[in-house]
Design a protein around this ligand. Structure first.
Ligand code: FES
Length: 133
């Protein structure tokens, strides 16, 4: 009887170990894929319309040949700022307001929207923006 019990426990333990390994492997794989997607730069055409435009987690302000690029992630709790009201950017969650260059005008956020690094790829006629995390 004791022999059967030991064999059963070994079988169950082995099964659990295999399940843990499979789970761990898929979690690592998923995390790598997530990081890869996060690191992929955003490419936008250089001929964006003048002024402000929203691109998911990124806000671009074009003024002729000048571009100002910053994260759309609100500095309060991270909602995506995706609207304007009377020439101010407004967070839909708790109402923080920012100027069109990302400066904080009204809380509850406590600091400006984060400027993002970007470069102009003249060969591809595009703006290459590092995606925020
Ligand atoms: S997350 Fe934007 S104001 Fe709270």
């Amino acid at each position: 009887m004791d022999h059967r019990r030991r064999r059963f426990l070994r079988w169950v333990g082995g099964g659990l170990l295999v399940m843990l390994l499979v789970f761990f492997r898929s979690a690592v794989k998923g995390h790598r894929l997530y990081l890869k997607q996060q690191q992929k730069p955003l490419r936008l055409p250089l001929d964006l319309s003048e002024g402000l435009s929203f691109h998911g987690k990124v806000i671009v302000v074009r003024d002729g040949d000048e571009y100002h690029v910053f994260s759309a992630r609100c500095a309060h709790l991270g909602c995506i700022v995706d609207r304007t009201d009377k020439d101010t950017l407004v967070c839909p969650c708790h109402g923080s307001r920012y100027s069109l260059n990302g400066r904080l005008l009204q809380g509850p956020a406590t600091h400006d929207l984060v400027p993002l690094r970007f470069r102009i790829d003249s060969k591809e006629n595009s703006l290459v923006i590092e995606q925020p995390a």
